[in-house]
Design a protein around this ligand. Sequence first.
Ligand SMILES: [Zn+2]
Length: 175
Amino acid sequence: MSNDPLPSQIDVRKLTVKGAEISSNFSPAVMPRLTSLLANDEGLVTAELQFYIDEGRKRRIDGKINAHVNVVCQRCLDAVAIDVVSEFNLAIVWTDDQAKQLPKTLDPLIVGEELTDLAEIVEEELILSLPIVSYHELDSCKQVTRSFGEAEAAPVKEEPKDNPFKVLEQLRSDK
Ligand SMILES: [Zn+2]
């Protein structure tokens, strides 16, 4: 596994012919669109990409990404470390029409004459895989400890719990 950033200008079609494999460890700091959604740019992203031509003669890129990053806890607004795992299966196509003909299991990567930025593909996948909201575990979240302390100081009356049997009774009487 290399520690170099993913190639940003590469001919992915050539890579599929060669059956190339690229795997790399890098800092989230190299992905500004991703880090704009994170609490900071610390952590590590591991990406493994496989390029090949499948039995249906489709040019494919299969990817696995594992990212250890810090996002903002939506309860205490402090950084919380999370692991994001993403797998994707791309088929290289030339036109929108070709993209529409792909089976549902494959996502299109429309490639024209220009070279492809692999880091951008991985960044995009990571952004899509980020959880919408993240929280610390209950015992390590500042907000929970704080409100727990307040609750102790001023005890809150316990809400009466719904009796599950009541619901059953109602169901029975409806018959
Ligand atoms: Zn928290």
